[in-house]
Design a protein around this ligand. Structure first.
Ligand code: TMP
Length: 235
C-alpha cells in the first residue's frame, strides 16, 4: 500500500489517501485485552471483524444512523470518511457484566431496563476512566454533544439488539466511538464487532465475544465467523 500511515491503533491501522476526506482502515489479525496487556495474533481475525462491522454499519445507515463507513476492499480494509474522533467512549449496557459488576454491587446478569448509557475518557494512559457529565462539561464538552451521543447510542442499541436477537444472541453491552466529519456532522466511527461488545447465547451467560479471549475460553475467530455467517444468512 502506497498511502501514508497516520495512526497505528491497537488492532487497526489508519492510512490517509489522496482524497483528504477519506481514510483506509486496515483491520489487523491481532487481539488485545486489559488495555494491551494481553495480546495474540489470530489469523483471519481482522477479516471477520471487518465483515461484521461492514454488515452492521450498513444496517445502521439503512436506519438513518450516520456512520463513517464508505465501502470495503478485500480482504480487511475499510474505506471510511475521515473524522475527528471525539475522545469519549460511549458504553451502552442492557445486562450487567464486566466493569459494572466489578465496580458496584450490581449482580452479573441483572437486566438493565432502560439501558445504562455511560461515557468513558478515551485515553489508554489514564486507563479509560468513567466520566460524569459535570466532568465532561469542565473538559469543554457541551450538553448538546453528550445529549446527541446519548440519543444516538440508544438508537444504535435498539437496532443492534434486534439484529442480534434474530440470531439468538443477547446484546449485553457494547462500546461506540464517534467523530465529526468535514461538514461537522457527528458520525459513528471505529468498529462494530464482537471485539467491542458482549454477546451471550440467548437465555444463558455463554460468551460469543472477546471475553472468550480475555478468559482463555475459546477460539474467537471461529465464533466470530459463526456470528458473521448467521448475520449474513438473515432473511
Ligand atoms: P466494560 O465492562 O469493561 O466496561 O466494557 C463494557 C463494554 O464495552 C464491553 O462490551 C467491552 C466494551 N469496551 C471496549 O470495547 N473497549 C473499551 O475500551 C471499553 C472500556 C469497553
Amino acid at each position: 500500500m502506497t498511502d501514508t500511515q497516520i495512526i497505528k491503533g491497537k488492532v487497526k491501522t489508519v492510512f490517509t489517501t489522496s482524497e483528504p476526506d477519506k481514510v483506509l482502515i486496515q483491520y489487523e489479525d491481532k487481539v488485545t485485552a486489559g488495555n494491551g496487556r494481553k495480546v495474540d495474533f489470530p489469523i483471519g481475525k481482522g477479516r471477520v471483524c471487518m465483515q461484521i462491522s461492514e454488515f452492521l454499519f450498513k444496517k445502521l445507515e439503512d436506519r438513518g444512523i450516520r456512520t463513517h463507513y464508505i465501502s470495503t476492499i478485500p480482504e480487511r480494509i475499510m474505506s471510511c470518511k475521515k473524522v475527528d474522533i471525539v475522545p469519549i467512549e460511549v458504553v451502552v449496557r442492557n445486562v450487567a457484566a464486566g466493569s459494572l459488576c466489578r465496580q458496584t454491587y450490581i449482580e452479573e446478569g441483572s437486566s438493565l431496563n432502560p439501558p445504562l448509557v455511560e461515557f468513558y475518557l478515551k485515553d489508554d494512559l489514564k486507563d479509560d476512566p468513567l466520566l460524569t457529565t459535570d466532568r465532561m462539561e469542565r473538559m469543554g464538552y457541551t450538553e448538546m454533544l453528550y445529549s446527541e451521543l446519548r440519543s444516538s447510542a440508544i438508537k444504535v442499541n435498539d437496532i443492534l439488539a434486534d439484529i442480534f436477537d434474530r440470531i439468538e444472541l443477547t446484546l449485553v453491552d457494547f462500546k461506540l466511538e464517534y467523530g465529526h466529519d468535514s461538514n461537522g456532522n457527528l458520525c459513528l466511527a471505529d468498529e462494530l464487532s464482537p471485539d467491542s461488545m458482549r454477546l451471550w447465547k440467548r437465555g444463558t451467560s455463554e460468551s460469543c465475544d472477546k471475553d472468550l479471549f480475555r478468559k482463555d475460553k475459546g477460539d474467537i475467530v471461529e465464533v466470530y465467523n459463526q456470528i458473521f455467517d448467521k448475520l449474513n444468512n438473515l432473511p
